[in-house]
Write a protein that binds this ligand. Structure first.
Ligand code: NDP
Length: 498
């Protein structure tokens, strides 16, 4: 599959694989060792404009928005089957491109398949809503129709997963779309669109362009030809997209960042709590929007808890994602590692105590990759930028609390609101906490899990709208109220008309 990408055109516009009109290309780099995996086409603005026009024409005059639900379900199922048949190769591509371990990539691909299957099932349940108006002559019903042309913009940390959370419900709803993966990690999305092509999705329904947001972003987000923008990425980009959308009153769905608290009470099971905090913070080297990188631990256990965390963090095997012995891979790029290093320097300058990490691995075999060691800062204060800002790297900060009220206040002391975790053996306290925390997902005695059937998204600056679940389909639909009078008669409002 990767071989198919080499030298082949890999922009997909109006059902054809094409090279960038301007001849642009980009080397896609393996963050594990700095080598070039493959060179792909780099679209410019003109390609993006053409892709939007193709999606517009497919929506306005093509068959897809008007296909039967059964037909859409069959296509989604076919895509899921093709994904299943290419699971191992897709996982390999994702690992080469992002650096994550092969084990994580396999989990991602399985989740992608599950999302296509989930939306195939959900599409079958979209019955009209009948409303009793009290007048038997009136048939009042609310129907759902496709939202229109969608711009789907995804980040680099879960490239295929995040894009699938958009493409699957958009197809289920009957929308047409232009997908733009991150310029850093486009390979798995190119592979997915090849499968979508093979599954028989009509020309113009799914279009794909690769390029930087700076080059093609405005063609996708500052245009009356797009009806809905679904964006996953950073807050600053989300703000600029929302500003563009406002100029056209374009619908926006924003899945933005997070700075996610993980609160540990002293009655929690010690070992499983340490394990969950470690995994929540350092999985995929912390490059997870819902990473639990802000530990809020009760003062009575803080010392032993942090000591055990540090001991286990130092044993995490950092290495190439393709090596089965690796437990976490490199950061996605040299540039991103520089951002993470700047945050570590900031934490030190703010007075946080560096407990472990704070450096690149010393192993010479890893020197060519963008690796960074799991890092823990203790004695953090809520005002510190290292506590408040999303570092998107393997950096865990530790704050201590004494009362439950203080734990809640700290857990909610964030501009974000994507996810939070609570660990306690007291069910009543657990219930109070999960209701008090202002976050889109709250895990009680667990961390990081999700299911395609439950909504995902954030409070506050973590975004607008929800992906997954029924709301994830509703994002791609308009509701229409149809009022049908089966016995029309003169209303007689204006007496002079009689
Ligand atoms: P960015 O905001 O930098 O980029 C996200 C996507 O937007 C990329 O495809 C990028 O393209 C594109 N983009 C950049 N500028 C523009 C623009 N002006 N107009 C249109 N598109 C643009 O985020 P990252 O890729 O760095 O991803 C990390 C962020 O994503 C983190 O904040 C993370 O928390 C968030 N995230 C949120 C999730 C959630 O579910 N809430 C899930 C995963 C990540 P390019 O990079 O090619 O220039």
């Amino acid at each position: 599959m990767l071989d198919e990408l080499c030298g082949a055109p890999n922009l997909y516009i109006d059902g054809k694989w094409v090279h960038a009109a301007g001849g642009g290309t980009r080397d896609i780099v393996n963050p594990a060792d700095g080598t070039v995996i493959v060179t792909v086409d780099e679209a410019d603005r003109a390609d993006a404009v053409t892709a939007v026009a193709a999606a517009r024409a497919a929506f306005d005059t093509g068959g897809w928005p008007r296909t039967s639900v059964a037909e859409r379900i069959a296509v989604l199922e076919r895509i899921a089957e093709l994904l299943g048949a290419t699971r191992d190769e897709l996982a390999r591509i994702e690992t080469l491109d992002t650096g994550k371990t092969l084990r994580e990539s396999h989990i991602d691909i399985d989740d992608v398949i599950a999302v296509f299957r989930y939306y195939a099932r959900l599409a079958a349940t979209g019955a009209d809503r009948l409303i009793d108006t009290g007048n038997p002559a009136i048939i009042s019903r609310v129907v759902r129709e496709p939202a229109g042309v969608c711009a789907l913009i995804a980040p680099w940390n879960y490239p295929l997963l995040q894009m699938s959370w958009k493409i699957a419900p958009a197809l289920a709803a009957g929308c047409t779309m232009v997908a733009k993966p991150s310029e850093v990690t486009p390979l798995s999305t190119i592979a997915l669109v090849r499968l979508i092509d093979r599954a028989g999705v009509p020309a113009g329904v799914v279009n794909l362009i690769q390029s930087s947001g700076a080059t093609v972003g405005s063609a996708l987000t500052d245009t009356p030809d797009v009806d809905l923008i679904s964006f996953t990425g950073g807050v600053a980009t989300g703000e600029s997209i929302a500003r563009n959308a406002a100029a056209h009153i374009t619908r926006v769905a924003l899945e933005l960042g997070g700075k996610n608290p993980h609160i540990v009470f002293p009655d929690a099971d010690f070992d499983s709590a340490v394990d969950a905090v470690l995994t929540g913070a350092f999985l995929h080297s912390g490059q997870v929007c819902s990473a639990g990188t802000r530990l809020i631990v009760h003062e009575s256990i803080a010392e032993s808890f942090v000591a055990e965390l540090a001991r286990r963090a130092e044993r995490i095997r950092v290495g190439p994602g393709m090596d089965p012995a690796s437990e976490t891979g490199p950061l996605v790029s040299e540039q991103h590692r520089a951002n993470v290093e700047a945050y570590v320097a900031l934490g030190i300058s703010e007075g946080a105590k560096l407990v472990t990490g704070g450096a690149r691995p010393s192993d010479a075999a890893l020197a060519a990759g963008s690796y960074y060691l799991p890092t823990i800062f203790d004695e953090c204060q809520r005002w510190m930028r290292i506590v408040q800002e999303e570092t998107f790297g393997p950096i865990l900060t530790v704050e201590r609390f004494t009362t439950e009220a203080e734990a809640i206040a700290l857990g909610n002391d964030t501009a974000y609101g994507l996810a939070a975790g609570v660990r306690t053996a007291d069910p009543a306290r657990g219930e109070r906490l999960v209701r008090a925390l202002r976050h889109g997902t709250v895990w009680l005695n667990d961390f990081g899990y999700y299911t395609p059937a439950a909504e995902w998204g954030g409070f506050g600056r973590s975004g607008i709208g929800r992906e997954l679940g029924p709301s994830g389909l509703a994002e791609y639909q308009e509701t229409k109220h149809i009022w049908h009078n089966t016995a029309p008669a003169v209303g007689g409002w204006f007496a002079g008309n009689n």
